[in-house]
Design a protein around this ligand. Sequence first.
Ligand SMILES: Cc1cc2nc3c(=O)[nH]c(=O)nc-3n(C[C@H](O)[C@H](O)[C@H](O)COP(=O)(O)O)c2cc1C
Length: 227
Amino acid sequence: MEFFEAVKRRRSVRKYTNSQVPDSVIHKAVDAALLAPNSSNMQTWRIFWVRSQAQRQKLVEACLNQNAAKTAQNLLVFVADPSQWQVAQKAILEKAGPNPQAQIVSYYKKLIPFLYSWRLLAPIKWILYNLMGLIKPTPRKPWSSRDIDEVAIKSCALACENFMLAIAAQEFDTCPMEGFDEPRVARLLKLNCRARVVMVISVGARSPDGIWGEQYRLPKEIVFKEI
Ligand SMILES: Cc1cc2nc3c(=O)[nH]c(=O)nc-3n(C[C@H](O)[C@H](O)[C@H](O)COP(=O)(O)O)c2cc1C
């Protein structure tokens, strides 16, 4: 399907039919999700496809029994887990081989550990960035754990969108959900305490009454400015 057709086809679907979605459709969309741009290529997203009937039932309950979850054959949970930054750091350094470029070494061996760890230095980082910012343009973040979470959540949200568009391009449907009980979802997936559940996404084939009305967006003049 052409890109703009897939963008237009994607709607949040709250009721699905009983039609099965082939596994290959989900895998193809997950592969597209993993191609999303992400901060420093740290790929701190983790995607869980909850396949067991019993676990799915628990997840539906954690999603407040919403129709979009209840009627779906497939539920995937997109998680941002900044504690996993060393997985990609190690892989990228290994891929760079025995004589990596100087920029790769300084970025992934020095800057990334400084940004992602050294948490006790958070107040010092804040002072340092803001003092430097008085003299020249300086990135003021991330200095806190919360900032690092935000970085991971942004990247994960981009993976979510790639995933939903890839499902739409294959003529199936999705609904992104943030209406869930996060500690319950985290317990179900056995997540560590740094991980954040970004979205639960249901996947299926839309029922004729599965879409709530026409798609509405604010007039472009309100949200788009050329300056
Ligand atoms: C981060 C996020 C969370 C959302 N959470 C829910 C949700 O919990 N339940 C639901 O039915 N729809 C949810 N939606 C869907 C939105 O309501 C929907 O995208 C919006 O109304 C626009 O409709 P459209 O997606 O059909 O264009 C969510 C969407 C996003 C992006």
